[in-house]
Write a protein that binds this ligand. Sequence first.
Ligand code: DAH
Length: 360
Amino acid sequence: MDGFETLKGKYLGAVASAASESALEEVRLAALGKKGEISALMSTLGKMDPDQRKATGAALNILRDEIDAALRAKKSALGDAALDERLRSEWLDVTLPGRPRRMGTIHPVSQVMEELTAIFADMGFAVAEGPQVESDWYNFDALNIPPEHPARQEHDTFFMHRAPGDNRPPHVLRTHTSPVQIRAMTEQGAPIRVIAPGRVYRMDMDQTHTPMFHQVEGLAIDRNISMANLKWVLEEFCRAFFEVPSVELRFRASHFPFTEPSAEVDIRCSWTGGQLKIGEGDSWLEILGSGMVHPKVLTAAGVDPAQWQGFAFGMGIDRIAMLKYGIPDLRAFFESDLRWLRHYGFAALDMPDLAGGLSG
Ligand code: DAH
């Protein structure tokens, strides 16, 4: 029996000093493994006489259980220590601010298109589209601009080529988004409420003009729509778009062939220290053209002017983008300079919506 006390001391000591799970496993194998010391002693029991076998067997069982218990306890302690060590070394401060990862940037024109689409959608306007290569009928005639009309010259139109001998009037790159009014009314009839943002083209290039730029057309036709509705919609739009509590608009009588009466609309603003502020001040800035849709335009689109009436407007998107985001030079919009985009661009996954605050 005394031999067992020695064995017990030996293995419990080994268990206590095992510093890792693999060292502990070696102790287990040496004692309780198939070829371990305790197992070897167990296999000698068969050769003993019954009394001796009983006493030795019981003592060996106790010894095995004690070593086994010590092994388990140590194993769990080593496991806890390993976990503590991991927790310490893999510690993470979840309160640190995130590191934003750039996934490209949204161009200010795209951002503004998303913003104005969200605002007008909220007022019940759907988005309509038309081709950029347009027939001269849609771009001019249907909008009450006949061939001899001086407005045709003012539009600095790009004409497409026709095959030699083809004497039909050439298609044009649309000079405004107004032809989408005709297409939308022809397709959907009245009542109708649409906006049409998109690219337009004019042969012009200086600090405030590029041959391609962007407009958004608005059209609302119903039985009783008036200039008052136009005024409310535009004020509501400007307030939401420029993210100011109130705006003041000024309607100046003007002339467009496709509206009667027509008005150009200015917004009240101030320039202090080169900084533009919308909604206050002594200056006015023209932002769009508008009016009541001309009966001839309704007729051209198959809508009966005796039953239906409404307003239309056309606004320069690049212009209002420059105003809202303080971008000084229009030409930079189309130079694809990545440094410019990173400065003026918007995060790719940041979709504007009215509830979340338009520009984030
Ligand atoms: N199409 C005009 C332009 O490009 C803008 C415009 C003015 C559109 C008045 C309209 C409108 O719908 O009613 O200059």
